[in-house]
Design a protein around this ligand. Structure first.
Ligand SMILES: *[C@@H]1O[C@H](CO)[C@@H](O)[C@H](O)[C@H]1NC(C)=O
Ligand SMILES: *[C@@H]1O[C@H](CO)[C@@H](O)[C@H](O)[C@H]1NC(C)=O
Ligand SMILES: *[C@@H]1O[C@H](CO)[C@@H](O)[C@H](O)[C@H]1NC(C)=O
Ligand SMILES: *[C@@H]1O[C@H](CO)[C@@H](O)[C@H](O)[C@H]1NC(C)=O
Ligand SMILES: *[C@@H]1O[C@H](CO)[C@@H](O)[C@H](O)[C@H]1NC(C)=O
Ligand SMILES: *[C@@H]1O[C@H](CO)[C@@H](O)[C@H](O)[C@H]1NC(C)=O
Length: 429
């Protein structure tokens, strides 16, 4: 009885939320302009305070002699198996290994130090699993293990946020050379010459084929057209060339969209001007993820593929379109903060579809792993740029009207710990 009524309540809430969401999407166009478009699509060379080619601080490194991948694996496999994703944020007095001076890869909107964020505490934490030691990311070992390998982060602007963290850490050992970028600087490739290691970021915010109609200011002139039965060629075409991938998607599915199958319209999400069936973003999200995961699970890929869960935003005192902010300065403890419904809906679909896909993947010998960073990210409301997505936002006074970003992450910041986790998972797996 109790459970039934709870379930009822949840379904009711869920339905309401979807309806609310339809209404809220009206405003999304505007906010996404800040959160996704501006932050991503202006070529960084135009906004970067650093000239692209000045090597700052990076000592030149001589070619290392041996590859010690297997040896490290032996050492660390001795440690008891544990779930590295269950743990706490603990103080890390030594602070981050890079900063805004030593790293030239930090996008201006996430460069909280340069942008004048006054508090520093948010950088002095590291993720500590409850049941085992998590060694800090060792850039030199990582590069040695990755000799002759190709690695890609595939997804939206959070994947770009992450690649910048990884670039900052790796470039302390050897400066990354950019070898490719697309016109909008969204898909990019870097190479670490002494290690012949390639690191790519592939822009694919939906993973499925999408036509996006936005002008240079991010104002949508029409709904996104999403083909729920076709994967995005940008990543699929490279798939077999890559040794490691971290694949992720998420918030772009909340945008106004028209859904296609077999090149015919089957419905939409928030398209009031069109006489189409509202199918809900959750419908499209599940379908797209299922398609992507099914492709991976049946691919007989020989490398290691992480599916990264989407990360929660932390707007408080309002939403991103209604003056919400994220002004905390320290992590919270598990249970102290609840995941918002919207983030939970996305996450539940991710976990369900991942679970379904893994059975098939393991039958086919595909090494597909879950990189479930959502719970540990939830504990870091302090890690976002907030108003410091802009350069000195309060230069004109404390009452300046600024858009907060409580979705992306400051660099240095919490996502640097993702690299510790990935390194351990690579070594263990
Ligand atoms: C780095 O951030 C500090 C403030 O934390 C600032 O004084 C300095 O100018 C920044 N450096 C660069 C290169 O932006
Ligand atoms: C560099 O690595 C690629 C694979 O990522 C390989 O095809 C190529 O032969 C390597 N180059 C050298 C010089 O080893
Ligand atoms: C798309 O085509 C497939 C195979 O031809 C068919 O099974 C499916 O029902 C079609 N879907 C739609 C929405 O028309
Ligand atoms: C909307 O579509 C339905 C069914 O396809 C149709 O009956 C109705 O007349 C349409 N309404 C408008 C305003 O076009
Ligand atoms: C955070 O923002 C809220 C809402 O604007 C405000 O009431 C609160 O005092 C702020 N907290 C801090 C620590 O600045
Ligand atoms: C995934 O698992 C659920 C529950 O077991 C099931 O209802 C659903 O049909 C499965 N989907 C696929 C694609 O296997």
């Amino acid at each position: 009885m109790k459970i039934d009524s709870l379930k009822h309540k949840f379904l009711y809430k869920h339905k309401n939320l979807l309806l609310n969401f339809v209404a809220a999407t009206f405003l999304i166009g505007l906010a996404f302009r800040f959160l996704f478009f501006n932050s991503s699509e202006i070529p960084p060379v135009l906004q970067s305070p650093f000239p692209e080619k000045t090597a700052v601080l990076e000592p030149s490194v001589s070619t290392p002699v041996t590859e010690d991948g297997p040896k490290i694996a032996d050492q660390i496999n001795d440690a008891e198996k544990c779930d590295v994703l269950v743990g706490d944020w603990v103080p890390n007095p030594s602070g981050p290994v890079y900063n805004n001076e030593s790293c030239k890869f930090i996008e201006s909107h996430q460069n909280c130090l340069t942008n004048g964020r006054p508090d520093r505490g948010f950088m002095n934490w590291r993720w500590s699993p409850r049941d085992c030691e998590l060694p800090q990311f060792d850039a030199e070992r990582f590069l040695r293990m990755m000799r002759n390998k190709k690695w890609a982060l595939i997804g939206d602007s959070i994947s770009r946020n992450h690649v910048q963290s990884l670039l900052c850490m790796l470039s302390m050992v050897e400066p990354a050379e950019e070898v490719y970028h697309d016109k909008e600087y969204r898909s990019r490739k870097w190479h670490f010459p002494s290690y012949n290691f390639s690191l790519w970021v592939i822009w694919s915010p939906f993973l499925v084929k999408a036509a996006i109609f936005e002008d240079m200011n991010g104002v949508a002139t029409s709904e996104v057209e999403l083909h729920l039965d076709k994967l995005h060629s940008e990543w699929v075409d490279e798939y077999q060339n890559l040794d490691y991938m971290i694949i992720s998607t998420g918030k772009w599915f909340l945008k106004s969209s028209i859904y296609y199958e077999n090149d015919s319209i089957i419905g939409c999400h928030y398209c009031p001007k069109r006489n189409l069936t509202e199918l809900g973003f959750d419908f499209a999200y599940r379908k797209s993820l299922r398609l992507a995961m099914n492709f991976i699970a049946s691919s007989n890929h020989k490398g290691l593929i992480f599916f990264r869960t989407s990360t929660p935003d932390h707007f408080e005192y309002g939403e991103w379109f209604s003056g919400g902010n994220c002004n905390r300065t320290a992590p919270v403890k598990e249970g102290e903060m609840e995941m918002k419904d919207l983030n939970r809906i996305l996450r539940d679909i991710e976990l369900e579809e991942f679970a379904n896909a893994t059975a098939k993947a393991s039958r086919n010998g595909v090494n597909l792993k879950l990189l479930d960073v959502a719970p540990l990210s939830l504990l870091r409301p302090d890690g976002h740029p907030g108003p410091y997505r802009q350069f000195h936002p309060f230069a004109e006074g404390q009452n300046a009207q600024v858009q907060n970003d409580c979705l992306h992450w400051c660099l240095p910041g919490p996502i640097d710990s993702w690299n510790d986790i990935i390194m351990k998972m690579v070594i263990d797996g």
